[in-house]
Design a protein around this ligand. Sequence first.
Ligand SMILES: [Zn+2]
Ligand SMILES: [Zn+2]
Length: 132
Amino acid sequence: MTDIRQLGKTISANAFQCYIRRHIKLLGEFSSLSRSHYFQCVICSNLWQTNAVNIWNGRGCRICSVNRKRTSIDDLHKLGTERGLRLLSDKCMGISTQHTWQCMSCSRTLHIKPSNVRRGTTCKCKKHANSN
Ligand SMILES: [Zn+2]
Ligand SMILES: [Zn+2]
């Protein structure tokens, strides 16, 4: 482990920005890891102030981390509707768990992960129709 306090004295703003690059932007001048700075999330534009050491230690944007986790049953219904699928599962078990859907065109029952639905997986009858 690198001693953060030691590092804080020598690290440059560039090195810091480079290290945290992920999707967080340091706003303003970098002074030291133990000082509070403004950060902005490139994805959602959320602006917040925190100790640089928190970001250094891997703390990310709070809004994005909440968004990533929270997929509601409503989101799945919406997602399904966009693909012509009716959601039969009654609760959201996460986007990488298979859910039960019904094709709105042929009434076939399907088991597909929401993450795959998002990527375009849908009922075979639709794929067939689309390719014609
Ligand atoms: Zn964000
Ligand atoms: Zn179908």
